[in-house]
Write a protein that binds this ligand. Structure first.
Ligand code: NAD
Length: 292
């Protein structure tokens, strides 16, 4: 295989294969990129591969893509538990657990296996952490950008592109070409400030809905119906919380609260208790609602 696919690149790396990493891997492969997905263990490798393949099969079953498109996408995907296999990638998106120490460790380990003279754009899919803070874990801070995708990655058109004060304009421009031309996304430039643009608005709204439920002000069904049937939102805030993953949402809200000292981000006790109980939303079968 030779030649660029879109946005001047062909070789994409993804780190992490949970909800978002799997979506990124699938979208990349469906968009024609050669994708290597790096995970942390053999178990994650099997789970991640199954997640991506099952999603591709669902797309075939729903008639969104043909069986030949799925097979071509599968042929462009490979999975590894060795970060070194990302050494030849042109752009790498980190999408592991929302935690500064976890992400910083991943970036430092990645930095150690990339060639000294590398020119790879390093993107983080963080929802809440400062891009500049994560960039401090690598030698080439100028090559680090934030690319904040939305769930589900394949269908939500928007990506926030975040440059830190150290990001080189050329690296941001390369990332933007990849997002817009390579993946067909609508790119919004967001500042490297807590919540970027979307989560600065959305997370306080979700925390308010959870506080409303916690205080007995209204039921989960009524809160969600209020926003879907009264305000035209496609999903109510509690259903959206379950869809996001309550562990991820709690980590995002806590991180934003700590960075900004703004009480609107503080995760309510009910959210923290659900996470402690292992009720993580759709991905565990139970959150504010129960799922089959
Ligand atoms: N869930 C959402 O709606 C959403 C939306 C936008 C952005 N994000 C961001 O995407 C990132 C991932 O979130 P998610 O929802 O996919 O969470 P998730 O819990 O579904 O997946 C996280 C994955 O990271 C893996 N992981 C942890 N440490 C790792 C390591 N060292 N190397 C490789 N893999 C490792 C875990 O095994 C897990 O599979 C987070 O930064 C989150 O804030 C999430």
């Amino acid at each position: 295989m030779t030649g660029a696919v879109g946005g001047g690149l062909r070789r994409l790396g993804v780190i992490g294969c949970g909800l978002m990493g799997a979506g990124l891997a699938e979208l990349g492969a469906r968009s024609g990129f050669d994708v290597v997905v790096a995970v942390s263990s053999d178990r994650s490798l099997r789970a991640g591969r199954e997640r991506v393949l099952a999603s591709l099969d669902r797309s075939v079953a729903k008639g969104r893509i043909g069986a030949e498109d799925r097979d071509a996408a599968v042929g462009r995907l490979s999975f590894t538990d060795t970060l070194g296999e990302l050494a030849d990638r042109e752009l790498i998106i980190e999408s592991v657990t929302e935690s500064h120490p976890v992400k910083a460790k991943v970036f430092a380990a990645l930095d150690a296996v990339l060639p000294k003279d590398h020119d790879v754009v390093l993107a983080t899919n963080t929802s809440s952490l400062a891009v500049a803070g994560l960039a401090a874990s690598v030698r080439r801070e100028d090559l680090v950008v934030g690319t904040h995708f939305f769930n589900p990655v394949g269908t939500m058109p928007l990506v926030e592109l975040i440059s830190s004060p150290r990001t080189a304009p050329e690296a941001a421009a390369r990332a933007e070409r990849f997002l817009a031309e390579g993946l067909g996304k609508r790119v919004v430039h967001a500042p490297d400030r807590p919540g970027f643009v979307v989560n600065a608005l959305l997370v306080p709204f979700m925390m308010s809905a959870i506080t409303m439920l916690e205080s007995g002000h209204a039921t989960a069904e009524d809160i969600d119906a209020g926003m879907t049937q009264g305000c035209g939102h496609p999903m109510g805030p509690l259903a959206l919380s379950d869809f996001t993953g309550l562990d991820t949402l709690a980590a995002v809200a806590q991180g934003l609260f700590e960075q900004s000292d703004d009480a609107r981000y503080r995760p309510p006790r009910l959210l923290l208790d659900l996470v402690t109980a292992g009720h993580l939303g759709r991905k565990s079968g139970r959150g504010f609602y129960e799922y089959a």
